[in-house]
Design a protein around this ligand. Structure first.
Ligand SMILES: NC(=O)c1ccc[n+]([C@@H]2O[C@H](COP(=O)([O-])OP(=O)(O)OC[C@H]3O[C@@H](n4cnc5c(N)ncnc54)[C@H](O)[C@@H]3O)[C@@H](O)[C@H]2O)c1
Length: 272
């Protein structure tokens, strides 16, 4: 692989690395010579993913039991990475997603919004990105380089019905991406960058029930998404790998504070 795109011997931390999109990115990074530091809350899931990846590329994957909402755990992690790995080249913030209680049913109105669940979703999707970015970027400030990639969503830019908390949180991720990019580049140099990827619709554990029926056919919502996606299909998790690779690598050395749609054309389409 050419030097600009080389991931060899780089250390990348991934929150949500045992999930659908995170698992795919972790595998891709490991296959391309990077060391993958998987952060997650379930040690069983972490071990399973570690075994899977180490079987593919021996010694590629390291696991850390961390809740991305826990500042103390993240501070310990930061110190451990410094001691054991010496440098952290990048962080991909994938922990997040929606919860059923924060999704309005089709026949519900705003009076049915559950505030507690809506707050939870804002917390995990917004602060679950803010807290690890702030704490782990301290390593990048010390070493003078690093790339942070946040995961936004289509729901940040335009209204996606029923998912208020998730949309508010991902809009917050977008502005946080720009804010942190500005702060780090202007005060700590042009080698520390922060960008975001806004995936369109990829079927995973969280949205499978919302988008597909038990027989595999699409729900009404699933069909409506397909109708509004010029490519006429959902994304495959592997189709995020290229964008994340670009943003982590030196090929994007003058790119910071940007948000990249990977959505089969969904955002560019007016629906007409
Ligand atoms: N799948 C899609 O279509 C899609 C579209 C746009 C954006 N996204 C975003 O991409 C990211 C990954 O989504 P996915 O589809 O892979 O979901 P997923 O549920 O498969 O993965 C999310 C992971 O985050 C972890 N997580 C949640 N809370 C955590 C916490 N407090 N600490 C540590 N880990 C925690 C979960 O355990 C899970 O492993 C999410 O931020 C999601 O909002 C997904």
């Amino acid at each position: 692989m050419n030097e600009l795109l080389s991931l060899k011997d780089k250390n990348y931390a991934l929150s949500g690395g045992t999930g659908t999109l995170g698992g795919s990115i972790a595998k891709y990074l490991a296959e391309n010579g990077a060391k993958v530091l998987l952060l997650g809350r379930s040690i069983d899931k972490l071990k399973k993913k570690q075994n899977e990846l180490n079987e593919l590329v021996s010694g590629s994957t390291f696991i850390f039991k961390v809740d991305v909402m826990d500042e103390e755990e993240l501070t310990k992690l930061k110190n451990q990475i410094k001691e054991e790995f010496e440098h952290l080249d990048g962080l991909v913030n994938l922990a997040g997603g929606n919860i059923p209680g924060a999704t309005l049913k089709p026949d519900q109105t705003i009076r049915d919004i559950t505030m507690a669940d809506t707050r939870k979703v804002v917390d995990i999707n917004l602060f679950g990105t803010v807290i690890p970015s702030v704490i782990l970027s301290e390593l990048m400030v010390e070493q003078g380089y690093g790339s942070i990639v946040n995961i936004s969503s289509m729901a940040a830019k335009q209204t996606i019905s029923r998912v208020l908390g998730y949309s508010m949180a991902k809009s917050g991720v977008d502005i946080f991406t720009k804010w942190l990019a500005n702060e780090l580049a202007s005060k700590h140099g042009d080698k520390i960058r922060v960008n975001a990827v806004a995936p369109g619709f990829f079927i995973g554990n969280q949205n499978r029930r919302l988008l597909t029926n038990e027989d595999g056919s699409f729900t009404e919502r699933g069909n409506s998404i397909i109708k509004n996606t010029p490519m006429g299909r959902f994304g495959d998790a592997s189709e995020l790998n290229g964008m994340v690779h670009y943003l982590l690598s030196d090929a994007s050395s003058f790119v910071t504070g940007s948000i990249f749609d990977v959505d089969g054309g969904f955002t560019s389409f007016s629906g007409v």
